[in-house]
Design a protein around this ligand. Structure first.
Ligand code: NAP
Length: 242
């Protein structure tokens, strides 16, 4: 069995990724922070489609909780390792910089950037030892272009892209690839209060993306077909930014 851990897989992009990777034949480890009901629904859908999955709740910004959860997983799976990691959990706390509170800045960086660091560092060793691994980081258009009102989020996502490029070079010889995905506007809980009618006028394709469209890209990057792609930040945004 090949295992894929997807952080923030109770809802939105992470859920679509979990369903897709399960369809691709991975046993999926569904991480979430607090929304157990939604995570259970993801698991139910995985199982109904004939796939394998399990829940693994932890806060990605809490290194002790991560260690605890992964140790317990390893004890239950002594002969296995996690070969695909999708660092997807993320939050927005938008505000103009002039009004931004420490908590808004720190929370966003803790979740996106520190979360990536804690989990990836923990799983890298096994991937390197087995000379096989895929790390896929959910960045954003905001991390490439910068978006006003999102200095915290843009900084976190841009840093995630920088770390992706650096780490890719560290582990390439061990056949571990590290890539980032930079979605534009995708229809999920995170974007549901945005003015879609106005924003979609800016998008050449004239619509928000679907979580399944992002999941297709994750599926490809996680596959053997993508073995020579590493250190990239791949945009998926309906032509919004090139
Ligand atoms: P979403 O619908 O708000 O879902 C967020 C997911 O992350 C949930 O599963 C949530 O778990 C989990 N999560 C949040 N904080 C966490 C933490 N500290 N520890 C563990 N899990 C945590 O968001 P989304 O739209 O699917 O976004 C997924 C990723 O794509 C994010 O990194 C986001 O920045 C990025 N992205 C999204 C868009 C977009 O347009 N939607 C565009 C560009 C990039 P609970 O259910 O337990 O709260």
């Amino acid at each position: 069995m090949k295992y894929a851990l997807i952080t923030g897989a109770s809802r939105g992009l992470g859920k679509a990724v979990a369903l897709r990777l399960a369809k691709d034949g991975f046993a999926v480890i569904i991480n979430y922070q607090s929304n157990r009901e939604a995570a259970e629904d993801t698991l139910k859908q995985v199982q109904e489609a004939g796939g394998f999955g399990e829940l693994m709740p932890f806060d990605v910004s809490d290194p002790q909780a991560i260690e605890h959860a992964l140790e317990a997983w390893q004890a239950a799976h002594p002969d296995d390792y996690i070969s695909v990691l999708v660092n997807n959990a993320g939050i927005r706390k938008d505000n103009l910089m002039v009004f931004m509170q420490d908590e808004e800045w720190n929370k966003v960086l803790d979740t996106t950037l520190n979360g990536f660091f804690y989990i990836t560092r923990r799983l890298l060793k096994d991937m390197m030892m087995h000379r096989n691994g895929r790390i896929i980081n959910m960045a954003s258009l905001s991390g490439i272009k910068g978006l006003p009102g999102q200095a915290n989020y843009s900084a976190a996502k841009a840093a995630l892209i920088g770390a992706t490029k650096a780490l890719a070079q560290e582990v390439a010889a061990r056949k571990v690839t590290v890539n980032a995905i930079a979605p534009g506007f995708i229809a999920t809980d995170m974007t549901k209060e945005l003015n879609e009618a106005e924003l979609k006028k800016l998008i050449p394709m004239g619509r928000f993306g679907k979580p399944e469209e992002v999941a297709s890209l994750v599926s490809f990057l996680a596959s053997d077909e993508a073995s020579y792609i590493t250190g990239q930040a791949i945009s998926i945004n309906g032509g919004l930014y090139t």
